[in-house]
Design a protein around this ligand. Structure first.
Ligand code: DC
Length: 225
């Protein structure tokens, strides 16, 4: 079967990464979590600034010192930043707070988009993010755009945080999800937007398996042709 590029974009907490991971496993493809890459750059910036914020100029000047890669540990994909496993720390509320600001920066986007394009050179990749079908791989064979109501998405993130011991109220999570979507969709460079040829799926009332079956069925029809 012909190897293709699968782009999964959409709003925060719509289950993009759950679907992308499962698809990659089923198809024997590589999974690339581009949100984790923006989060890792954000974490690097936070670690640079003793005041607990981000000095964007300093961060931009240090981009060449940042090395992000993914590696499987006991069958689970982990994110590494300069040799350190940052899989947990990139989900910290502090990173959530700053990541949209970092992701709006042109130098950061160029730096990460180029790496993402290299990762997809050999095809056989499932990549999730916000601009994969519009900017990183405008010629991807399969493009999906996932949406869901803000309340359902906030509930999912809240649940995830409970499991990982981060303490935010449901209202805080909802505000953060809404604020982040507004920033992601409103930024000048590579805003969150459905590609014209992407298939939009509202997952609000769908189970993970129902969404998976829909994506998988469409991919099979595309990779045969
Ligand atoms: O998918 P996520 O919540 O882990 O993404 C974290 C942030 O990174 C999100 O606010 C938007 C940004 N992002 C982006 O701008 N472009 C991408 N391709 C992926 C993520």
């Amino acid at each position: 079967m012909k190897k293709i590029i699968i782009a999964i974009d959409g709003h925060a907490a719509t289950g993009k990464s759950t679907q992308a991971k499962r698809l990659a496993k089923t198809l024997g493809y590589t999974y690339v979590d581009t949100g984790a890459m923006y989060r890792a750059v954000t974490l690097f910036g936070l670690n640079q600034d003793p005041k607990g914020g981000i000095e964007m100029n300093k961060l931009i000047q240090s981009l060449d010192q940042i090395r992000i890669y993914f590696e499987e540990v006991e069958g689970v994909q982990q994110t590494f930043l300069n040799g350190l496993n940052v899989t947990q720390s990139i989900r910290d509320p502090k990173v959530n707070e700053f990541v949209s600001q970092v992701a709006a920066n042109e130098s950061v986007r160029t730096f990460l988009s180029k790496q993402q394009q290299r990762m997809g050179e050999g095809k056989g990749v499932v990549m999730d993010g916000r601009d994969i079908g519009t900017v990183v791989f405008p010629n991807a064979e399969c493009k999906f755009f996932l949406t869901a109501s803000p309340e359902i998405r906030a509930q999912r993130r809240y649940q995830e945080q409970l499991e990982s011991n981060h303490k935010e109220s449901y209202e805080e999570v909802l505000n953060n999800v809404n604020a982040r979507d507004a920033l992601d969709a409103g930024r000048a460079i590579a805003p969150l937007r459905k590609a014209d040829d992407a298939i939009e799926i509202d997952v609000s009332e769908m189970s993970i398996t129902e969404v998976f079956d829909q994506l998988h069925g469409y991919i099979l029809s595309k990779s045969d042709s």
